[in-house]
Ligand binder design. Structure first.
Ligand code: GLC
Length: 542
């Protein structure tokens, strides 16, 4: 393929401007009444998603898993977690979604598997020096008796990234690497057997019709051979050439299928230029932009992030992606209602006071900002309902390994994973049949934010998302493309055009501001008259 064909093909690719809805299966909708979401629940709610106006669904891992890390601990990559349903049901779901015009992206977790995966059991049993151990990173410990971890790497969930095993003969033995929990051993991507296994897994799901993969920890698969201590430089487990090679191969597999398939990477890299180095139109097509998510509600900071993001993506011809929330971070209604509106994993500001009304107002404004930016947008289930983080879950019910590995210092991510409220006045709010408790308890106050309560209420968050997604889909200027900043705006205002006829203006200042000249207000996050109130976004026909 020549450069120019690559260019024109990717320019028309559906994912460049798609609105993608993230389904955390466990918490979306429960079809069989056991209090845990499942594929039957998703199937029953597909019309809701079609009506919302999204282009694709991204499913968090739906594979068999002990659920130590909410499914990111995969025990079998070619099947469905029995609590969620069956493979036959997943096939039906994919087909039904396609009939409704919705594409399906599924999560692939190549960096690590579960300690319940048969490979890990085989590695433990086979002992040091065996080919079974070569699929993982087993090493002798440091210190005379091998009693210290092999290097200084820290788990992203807290504590050392190494755990020592007991050998089959009962002696204290080697250590294995896990960048996440000790129940998620890292796979060794320098071993061709690992690469071949995942190529086969991709084919398995492409053959079942999935339209793409969200790649978990996309930058972290290839570790520096000698596993050096981590210092100030790039992470010794973020090798660029190594991952390019993997995604080039994956792309070739995808090219064997008639329709376009997308690969979206999950990477928490602080530097936008380094981030963009992982992207290429014929490999990893796009990745989540977490700088935007982490950015405080501040006009100049947000503008700087938007500019840096677009500038970093342009040379690699990748569409930017915009994300406000996901299953790992504090819901943005809660973040935006705090004194400090930024997000970082190091300081999740648990239980810092938050003003829900203020957070909601900003979240409405942020939704219209996000949906107007050039590129693809991800919507995390429940953000269209304006859900807050549930911060007061009883400790005994917390399931996230982060809570345990940090001895409670970080309460973890359960608060953004509480099952969705669909209807009714009391929990379980139609998530499952009354009489069974959902796997995490819903706040009684959610009676006012159910899908049923918000439907047809013109002032609701849900109707704002519905209208915005419809307008976005109908206006060819929105989605993929470029933006031009409008000059002459007051401080605290973000104003840009997407075409000669569309402008978006966000007022992040404390005072009302004049609207630029326009023909029509297409949509506003709050009522506007002559001026634009604080914390409000408006879409204008100019
Ligand atoms: C990603 C996922 C997160 C998971 C981690 C380990 O960051 O989004 O939920 O815990 O990878 O798989």
């Amino acid at each position: 393929m020549t450069d120019s064909t690559t260019d024109s093909t990717t320019r028309q690719s559906w994912w460049r401007g798609a609105a993608i809805y993230q389904v955390y299966v466990r918490s979306f909708a429960d079809g069989d009444g056991d209090g845990t979401g499942d594929l039957a629940g998703v199937r029953s709610r597909l019309p809701y998603l079609a009506d919302l106006g999204i282009d694709a669904i991204w499913f968090n891992p739906w594979y068999p898993s002990p659920m130590d890390d909410g499914g990111y601990d995969v025990a079998d990559y070619r099947d469905i977690e029995p609590v969620f349903g069956s493979l036959a049901e997943a096939e039906k779901l994919i087909e039904e979604a396609h009939t409704l015009g919705i594409k399906i992206i599924i999560d692939i977790v190549p960096n690590h598997c579960s300690d319940s995966h048969p490979w890990f059991a085989a590695a433990l049993a086979a002992g040091p020096g065996s080919p079974e151990r070569e699929r993982f990173w087993f090493r002798r410990g440091r210190g005379d008796g091998g009693e210290l971890p092999p290097n200084n790497w820290q788990s992203r969930f807290g504590g050392p990234a190494w755990t020592r095993v007991t050998e089959p003969d009962g002696s204290p033995g080697e250590w294995f690497l896990h960048l996440y929990s000790s129940r998620q051993p890292d796979l060794n991507w320098t071993n061709p057997e690992v690469a071949e296994e995942f190529e086969d897994i991709l084919r398995f799901w492409f053959n079942r019709g999935v339209d793409g993969f969200r790649i978990d920890v996309a930058d972290g698969l290839v570790k520096a051979d000698d596993l050096p201590d981590a210092g100030d430089g790039p992470l010794p487990y973020s090798d660029l050439d190594g991952v390019h090679e993997i995604y080039r191969t994956w792309r070739r597999i995808a090219d064997g299928y008639p329709d376009q398939r997308v690969f979206v990477g999950e990477m928490w890299l602080p530097d936008p230029e380094r981030f963009a180095m992982y992207l290429r139109p014929d490999e990893l097509h796009s990745a989540f932009n977490f700088d935007f998510l982490s950015c405080p509600w501040d006009a100049s900071r947000l503008r700087a992030v938007v500019d840096a993001t677009l500038a970093a993506h342009a040379p690699v011809d990748a569409p930017a992606t915009w994300v406000l929330s996901n299953h790992d971070v504090t819901r943005h209604v809660t973040r935006y209602g705090r004194a400090d509106t930024s997000f970082s994993f190091a300081d999740r500001q648990h239980l810092a006071p938050t003003d829900r009304e203020l957070g909601l107002r900003r979240a409405r404004a942020a939704a219209l900002l996000t949906l107007a930016l050039p590129g693809a947008v991800y919507i995390y289930q429940g953000e269209e309902l304006g859900l807050s983080e549930v911060e007061d879950l009883p400790d005994s019910l917390r399931q996230d390994p982060v809570f345990e590995r940090t001895a409670g210092a970080d309460i973890g991510r359960d608060g953004c994973r509480v099952p969705l409220p669909w209807s009714g006045d009391a929990p379980p709010f139609g998530f499952n049949a009354a009489g069974t408790a959902p796997w995490l308890p819903q706040p009684p106050s959610w009676s006012s934010v159910t899908v049923a309560a918000q439907t047809d209420d013109p002032d609701s968050m849900l109707e704002l998302y519905r209208r915005a997604l419809r307008l976005r889909a109908d206006d060819p200027a929105l989605g993929d493309g470029t933006l031009g900043w409008l000059s002459g705006q007051s401080a605290g205002v973000l104003a840009f055009t997407r075409s000669e006829t569309f402008a978006c203006v966000v007022n992040l200042s404390a005072a009302p501001v004049e609207l630029p000249a326009h023909r029509e207000v297409l949509l506003a996050s709050r009522p506007v008259e002559q001026t634009l109130p604080p914390d409000t976004t408006v879409w204008l026909r100019i």
